[in-house]
Unconditional design. Structure first.
Length: 305
């Protein structure tokens, strides 16, 4: 992309605030699109930048035949029905975010640079340095003169007209900080105005954060919704020794530690007595054991096998 400097010729580039000059655009960043401005003479203009397709196909074909590799066009539509004097435009100056200057000039100033040249050896070359026939070279030069004549002159008071500005550029910068349009009347230039972007333009991309910019605070983390796994809490296990904490479950009855006594055989009652416990209904009553006669003192009862 070509970088052009030295666009300020004297004081003509310094915009002055006046009721007829449009408001200065903000430095938030501009993109290509359409722009509107009111000139000091009362005329209103509409700028289309970049103008694609080219606003005049014959002009673009001439540019290609002349061997000029690149060009960026801007279309300037002038409405001078409320103006006080004839008016045209001289150039458009863009200031990029980094301070670089880009310039587009009126077609009558640019087209003469597209003429062919004849070398000392008699051979012809176009503006791009390509060798062409004499017939082709003369055809290019004739078309250049016709183009200059077509786009030279001011839009009269009460009239409307379109003009073309051309820049030796392949593309616009992604964003630029400001735009200045320099109107003219005849050969004299008037003070610059700053067009305002049309509301339908695509907004400029935000500037990248610089290291000096403070970091934005991080957004607080939101509580997880109910039922989310992050909302569950882990209950602490009670200490091994009981710790005095009460159990939230029902107590389990403890089993008795004493084993039940084994059943004892009934003790035979004395002769002539009945058991103190009545037998259950339907149960057989054991026969009463016969009484044993008392042994005499000193006698030994033989042991039965």
């Amino acid at each position: 992309m070509s970088l052009l400097t030295g666009c300020n010729d004297g004081d003509e580039q310094v915009p002055e605030e006046s009721p007829s000059v449009s408001a200065e655009t903000s430095s938030a960043g501009l993109r290509g699109g359409t722009f509107n401005a009111r000139l000091p003479s009362g005329a209103s203009v509409r700028i289309t930048l970049p103008a694609t397709p080219p606003p005049d196909e014959d002009v673009d074909k001439l540019r290609k035949d002349a061997g000029v590799e690149r060009a960026l066009y801007a279309k300037i539509s002038i409405d001078n029905r409320n103006g006080r004097q004839p008016v045209s435009v001289s150039r458009l100056v863009l200031t990029a975010e980094d301070g670089s200057i880009y310039r587009l000039d009126a077609l009558p100033k640019v087209a003469p640079e597209w003429t062919s040249e004849r070398g000392d050896n008699g051979e012809w070359t176009n503006a791009g340095g390509d060798r062409v026939s004499e017939e082709k070279a003369r055809d290019i030069d004739r078309r250049v003169d016709d183009t200059v004549a077509k786009y030279t002159g001011d839009v009269p008071v009460g009239g409307r007209g379109d003009e073309i500005l051309v820049g030796d550029l392949s593309r616009l910068p992604a964003t630029f900080a400001s735009m200045e349009l320099i109107p003219s009347m005849g050969d004299s230039e008037e003070r610059a105005v700053r067009p305002s972007p049309d509301s339908r333009n695509e907004p400029a991309a935000p500037r990248p954060a610089s290291p000096a910019d403070p970091a934005e605070p991080e957004a607080p983390e939101e509580d997880p919704p109910p039922g989310d796994p992050g909302d569950e809490t882990t209950e602490e296990e009670p200490p091994a020794d009981g710790g005095g904490s009460e159990s939230t479950t029902d107590p389990v009855p403890e089993e008795p530690t004493d084993a039940p006594a084994p059943p004892q055989e009934p003790v035979p009652s004395e002769p002539g007595t009945q058991p103190t416990t009545a037998p259950e209904a339907g149960a057989s009553v054991p026969p009463v054991a016969p009484s044993v006669p008392a042994q005499a003192v000193g006698e030994q009862q033989p042991v039965q096998p």
